[in-house]
Design a protein around this ligand. Sequence first.
Ligand SMILES: NC(=O)CC[C@H](N)C(=O)O
Length: 364
Amino acid sequence: MINYIKLPAVLLLEDGTVYHGKAAGKIGTTTGEICFNTGMTGYQEVFTDPSYFGQIMVTTNAHIGNYGVTSEEVESSDIKIAGLVCKNFNIAFSRKMSEQSIQDYFQEQNVVGISDVDTRSLVRHIRDKGAMNAIISSEILDIDELKRKLAEVPSMDGLELSSQVSTKEPYYYGKEDAQHRIAVLDLGVKKNILRNFDHRDVYAKVFPAKTSFEEMEKWAPDGYFISNGPGDPSAMPYAIETVKKVLEADKPLFGICLGHQLLALANDIRTEKMFNGHRGLNHPVKNVVLDHCEVTSQNHGFGVIADDVRNSDKVEITHVNLNDNSIEGIRVKDKKAFSVQYHPESSPGPHDSRYLFDQFVDMM
Ligand SMILES: NC(=O)CC[C@H](N)C(=O)O
């Protein structure tokens, strides 16, 4: 094993709280909105999920890196989190299929992290104080200098980020002779969503975030999928417009997470920044149509305003969160359009909600 000397590193939160720890990954400085994920496994899938772009991740599992990384377990081409805060950053790993250590992986992809932080106390702090920005550095240890840098970081509220992670050119996924074909509006789509479609004999053409409905319609898809992704949904008028056009044309539509928020916005339901988002693998959700419970994988910092949904004459509620009663799923009345706030492709996470992909296929 390489002899790895852990250099000091600092984490500074927007409210002035300081945590001292050790450098993990690349030596450097990084900023973003701090958030925590309570999942016990699946760190590589989480780190490569484009929905986390611009966010510093705190992992509540005490060990990160202990089973290494592989080129298989990615949700996009590279690491998308802005930085990592963890307890133990394990450079030694044990798993036959692993190809690399987490340290080499982070270093190769220029990702800065901090370990040896009391993440239990940090998570309780964020839980009580709410979402805020943060800076990690293993090169600048002067707090005043870090404060100046942190003051320049924009708030996640009002930030459009999808166009930074979306594909630049359209591409195809799946088998060309499949039974159905869908247009995927890529706002930061996770690979496992495309895999789930492929497994159900659905061929996808994945379009850049700012593609118009008319452009996608030229390919004559059977349905439209509006993907997950980073940033504030209300800062995406271009995508809201596209969703409105899909609805006007009465095409089948399925939205996940950011896609759910955009379907709500297209129906005059507002979204809001949550005090703390939902990020983990064990969030209980009730399907109020089928009267059953699902344990779900979640990752969102914005939500649809529940009163707007309840007062809406355009949509109805299909799913609610059993922890906080927030709205987890809607369908548009008299249309073939529905969406969920959580992640039925669940990578990582339980597979309880995969039936939603079948529901969409049946709609087409
Ligand atoms: N996973 C997602 O699509 C996240 C949606 C949105 N960026 C949010 O944080 O709420």
